[in-house]
Write a protein that binds this ligand. Structure first.
Ligand code: F0G
Length: 456
């Protein structure tokens, strides 16, 4: 590994180790906390006339990254490795395993903005990645490290998207992959992907947190590289959408970024990305970063309420947004720090609020997973509480593609998703958002009548 350039620093006690010294479970041997990848050379400023050769030059980087957009090299076409100067985690970038991830679109959301009385609302759609979720950006980074270190096997516990991404990248690299998922609790689209990409898929009779516990035991016993987000290299890839967003805003940042919270790695990674851009002089400030959880899977929200996020009690998680059905999130300390240092908020939203927000995004032509829709539902609450101003620029991070969980969408539009207690108070709005498919006689008159009915 490129130990000259990067080290692992414990987020809890600050202990530093080289990349090769990490234990199989990626936990600090002294305090048990998680590591962050750190690049000590960036802190060396050099002296006048003798700039440090380790510290990247902001102007040169902006130019180089833009030039690479026109390159036909696979590495340059990746929205992760295009920024490789800020993730020097490989000895040889030729070992990178890429599916041309990243470079995802930033869409304006004019209708949602209008109904919220806002000027500038955007969606960064990470569901437009090769396997349909934001996990690809982290997986290209961490799996490439595993590949370079000579592992034959990689493994993850997952609510579905991590496993889909891992299985795909492992297949590309000719590696074997083990997927451990909660039985009956992941969307079919995601399970189908793991099978299609050739993973050994084990459905365990437990939840995500139980799967993570079992897998931690397994990697301590067998030479398998753990690719859950406790692996700090995952976050190095997942920080790159922050670079893309800053680049799209011409090296400014939006006022506010809103991110779904499950295992809490994504918010941690995006915060790290913006923090590094600021430290290197590529942007001058941080956006507020807010994290939204489902009300039935809200351990970080509770932690803020109970102790200002000094301690976190695990919860038993329940939500139909299965991607974020996580009661004991691994990266909660990192995520809490990002929220606190940027001045963002942490709040939760109900099942009905998630379903309505998802349908509203769908009606703008931007489908997404239920877990992604918590961002719009959370923004509505933040607006109602006057925590987001009308002129602030806000980016919602949509994490997964709508086709990942088609069952959820169909049930919503059929009217079978929510119980009457869950829908209570929102019946009218839900009815106005539903677009059920109709069974119609095979005649032009009947189809035209159906159109007329819908227009009414
Ligand atoms: N959105 C989607 C679509 C996800 O799949 C996940 C996490 C999240 C949001 C939450 O991100 O965990 O970084 O806070 N899915 C994981 C998985 C846990 O196994 O696919 P987070």
């Amino acid at each position: 590994m490129n130990d000259n350039l990067h080290q692992l620093r414990c987020f809890g006690c600050g202990a530093r180790i080289s990349g090769m010294e990490a234990r199989a479970d990626f936990r600090c041997a002294d305090c048990g906390d998680l590591y962050e990848v750190d690049y000590p050379g960036w802190a060396r400023l050099g002296s006048p006339g003798h700039p440090s050769t380790d510290r990247p030059n902001p102007g040169a980087l902006k130019w180089l990254w833009r030039e690479r957009k026109c390159s036909s090299e696979a590495l340059d076409q990746s929205g992760v490795w295009r920024f490789r100067e800020l993730l020097p985690i490989l000895d040889n970038f030729g070992h990178a395993v890429t599916l041309r991830e990243g470079n995802t679109p930033l869409y304006a959301l004019p209708r949602a903005a209008r109904s919220l009385g806002m000027d500038q609302l955007f969606a960064k759609h990470q569901g437009m990645n090769p396997t349909g979720s934001f996990k690809d950006t982290g997986m290209t980074a961490a799996l490439s490290v595993a590949h370079e270190r000579g592992f034959e096997w990689v493994a993850c516990a997952s609510t579905g998207n991590t496993s889909a991404a891992m299985a795909a990248y492992a297949a590309r690299a000719g590696m074997r992959s083990l997927v451990v998922i909660p039985e009956g609790n992941i969307a079919w689209g995601k399970l189908a992907q793991a099978m299609d990409y050739g993973a050994v898929t084990c459905q365990l009779k437990t939840d995500f947190d139980g799967c993570a516990r079992v897998l931690t035991e397994i990697v301590r016993r067998a030479p398998i590289c753990l690719l859950n987000s406790v692996n700090p290299y995952r976050l190095e890839g997942q920080k790159t959408p922050a670079f893309e967003i800053a680049e799209t805003f011409d090296w400014n940042v939006p006022d506010h970024l809103i991110v779904p919270g499950g295992n809490l790695a994504n918010s941690s990674a995006l915060g790290k990305g913006f923090r590094e851009l600021r430290a290197l002089g590529l942007v001058s400030r941080l956006p507020k970063i807010s994290v939204i959880q489902a009300a039935g899977a809200n351990p970080l929200v509770r932690s803020f309420e109970a102790s200002g996020a000094r301690t976190m009690e695990p919860v038993e998680a329940h939500t139909r947004a299965t991607a974020i059905r996580i009661g004991n999130p691994a990266s909660w300390r990192k995520s809490a720090r990002v929220i606190q240092e940027t001045g963002g908020w942490c709040l939760d939203v109900s099942e009905a609020e998630i379903a309505m927000a998802k349908a509203e995004l769908g009606a703008e032509g931007l489908g997404c997973e239920p877990a992604s829709a918590v961002t719009l539902a959370g923004l509505k609450k933040l607006r109602a509480q006057s925590k987001v101003g009308a002129t602030e620029s806000v980016v919602l991070v949509l994490t997964g593609h709508t086709l990942k969980d088609a069952d959820y969408t169909i049930e919503f539009h059929r009217g079978t998703l929510l119980s009457s207690e869950e829908a209570e108070g929102n019946e009218k709005q839900i009815a106005s958002l539903r677009r059920n498919a109709q069974v119609v006689e095979a005649t032009p008159e009947a189809v035209l009548a159906a159109m007329k009915g819908a227009a009414a």
